[in-house]
Design a binder for this molecule. Sequence first.
Ligand code: AMP
Length: 410
Amino acid sequence: MSDSTTTQTSKQESDTSQLTNPTLVLNCGSSSIKYALISEDESTRITGLAENLGLDTARIKHTALSGEKLEISIPGGRHKLALQKILELLEQYHFIAVGHRGVHGGREYSEAVQVTDHVLSEVKRLKSLAPLHNPANALGIEAVQAIYPDIPQVVVFDTAFHQTMPAVAYRYPIPKALYEDHKIRRYGFHGTSHAYVSERASQITEAGGTHGWLTAHLGNGCSAAAVYDGKSLDTSMGLTPLEGLMMGTRSGDVDPSLHIHLKRQLDMSLEDIDKMLNSDSGLLGISGLSNDMRTVEEAANEGHKDAKLAIEMFAYRAGKYLASLSCALPEFTGIIFTGGIGENSASTRARILNVMRHFGISFDADKNKTLAGGAEGSFHSSDSSVELWVIPTDEERQIAKETRQTLGLA
Ligand code: AMP
């Protein structure tokens, strides 16, 4: 494996004073690593992405403290090499802790946890529930351990926030033994994002009392949650991230008998059906064009019929889910939109709210249109039954915060 380095900028980062006691946040996926170094007061950060890991085009895109961009190519490089390079780039800032985004914490973890040998072995064991993500998380933990054995590490699981769901929400109506002996239940995902935006909305709303939010994380992956008094009471994703809303390439809910039907009628294998539902469905499957909402919206505006249907279905399914999740809330304060689509597509937000037309919701269409590109704000009218918010998600910040809290540093 070669290891060539191309530096597009020569200026070295030198001013480390803005980044006091930073926490390094690592999000290790199957072929990528996102990272962020976040100062103790959360005001400053350095970010980057290692992508295409394992391929000739493997590279690290790093944004320095000054805003300058740096690109390092690591042809054929995998997680270990990429992490070595990332740690070299960040070494000068003397980070005091590392927080990992963990995908699946099973029933075992209902909050962030400091890494020990036992925790690391649990992350590996829970591979059965997240075959692509948990092994990458384990690699990230081990790479940091090898270079910085004394720096404390924490895992913040995507599933942990939803561990407050009651049994009526997390059990499937299937034989009890599957739950008791094999942990078959609903777990939910995107927990860090739902936690961040609901907490943020509770800070900035003027509504008094206990808050009940419906949070709609609409990105390439999409999920919704019902959060009351800071606790998740139900969510749309289940045992895996396939359940629930229509997404970029995932179908969301389909008839569970679709598998047997496709097997019998088309002789498709279970693996092929799984791939089709995860990678070839959703916006991509219906539009036949793309999983990217911007591309689908552009085509719909030009009259592409399947693109129009994809957008309508996306909104209909999201609105229908939000309406049903409202049943989990003792009180309904408002809806929060986040994720790439939720934060940027005013037309999708309007469509979803139109699907929920019996809820007495009203909003300012002009204000809705101004909320894009990272803007945070509300857009409900004064006579609306519930509040409407756009809150850009910040999973890295939430992971850094939970890491500091878990280690008693906050
Ligand atoms: P995420 O996974 O959160 O990065 O979100 C990715 C999704 O957000 C993709 O479907 C993008 O097309 C969509 N998105 C990003 N910006 C916009 C925009 N300005 N308008 C509509 N969709 C957008």
